[in-house]
Design a protein around this ligand. Structure first.
Ligand code: FPP
Length: 264
């Protein structure tokens, strides 16, 4: 897809800025297979695409990007592929210490920390500490993350507070439940992009994406670039977000009244 506008024009056309973008990066394996390369080369190219995404998000003034790097189901992959992925993540977390702080990009990782290898945990902690003060873009990386597990954990922690007598069950509402999940205070994603033609959430941000706009494209993740992001943002711009309410005040109410008056 071609670039619709240059960045400056595009930003002046935007009326509905995306404050939180979430991305399901799919298609690394297919990208490699189509080139007769081993799968890990697709993941390596996928890492480059994450770097491009972060730069593009800065240019499009998106303050928060959440990327799904490794799901709790990805452990089912062959051990060799899992090992390679964690080595790539470690390399990424190390190398970005040289570039991200200078670009004002903060990185944080969420998901289970008890199962990922030590060398990744350490690299994550170092990069998180190094970029903590950056505020241009917050890049959140989901690692060993599963939406259902996150919801179960939140329910457990609230149940523990109830059992200790610290919380009345009646005080548990959507706001309190949201606050028990990762990303508390960040806000739900406005837009979720999934690449490589699949049209599902695959256990990603199940609670948080309840009212997100979904955008699916056929590009494989390693090929996803700034122009694809721009196309997705332009598509988002055309959506009407209603959160269960009616659109522009008056329009539907009038139509509804008319129908009701005509009803027998
Ligand atoms: C999907 O491709 C991608 C993954 C399993 C996640 C790995 C993501 C990266 C390596 C991107 C880099 C991320 C960071 C944060 C540095 P797939 O293997 O499922 O592709 P396929 O469906 O074509 O087999």
């Amino acid at each position: 897809m071609c670039i619709l506008y240059d960045n400056k024009d595009f930003m002046s056309y935007i009326r509905k800025p995306v404050k939180h973008l979430a991305v399901i990066m799919d298609g690394n394996g297919r990208w490699a297979e189509r080139r007769g390369l081993p799968r890990w080369r697709g993941h390596e190219a996928g890492v480059d695409a994450v770097r491009r995404l972060a730069e593009a998000a800065c240019r499009f003034q998106i303050p928060v990007v959440t990327a799904f790097a490794f799901s709790s189901e990805n452990w089912k992959r062959p051990e060799r592929e899992v090992r390679t992925l964690f080595r790539l993540f470690e390399r990424y977390f190390h190398s970005e210490r040289n570039t991200l702080p200078g670009n004002g990009i903060r990185v944080s990782v969420f998901g289970r920390r008890d199962r990922i290898p030590n060398f990744v945990r350490e690299a994550v902690a170092a990069l998180e500490a190094e970029t903590r003060g950056c505020s241009r873009l917050h890049l959140r990386i989901a690692l060993d993350y599963g939406g259902r597990h996150e919801i179960v954990e939140a329910a457990r922690s609230l149940a523990r507070r109830v059992a200790r007598g610290e919380l009345q069950p009646g005080r548990i509402d959507e706001e309190l439940f949201s606050a028990s999940l990762s990303g508390d205070g960040i806000g739900d994603p406005d837009l979720v992009i999934r690449t490589a033609g699949e049209r599902r959430l695959s256990n990603f941000l199940l609670w948080q994406a309840a009212y997100s706009e979904l955008y699916f494209c056929s590009k494989l993740w390693p090929d996803f670039d700034e122009s694809d992001l721009q196309t997705a943002l332009a598509d988002y711009e055309s959506r009407t977000r209603r959160f269960g309410a009616l659109p522009a005040a008056g329009v539907y109410r009038k139509a509804f009244q008319g129908a009701a008056e005509g009803a027998v």
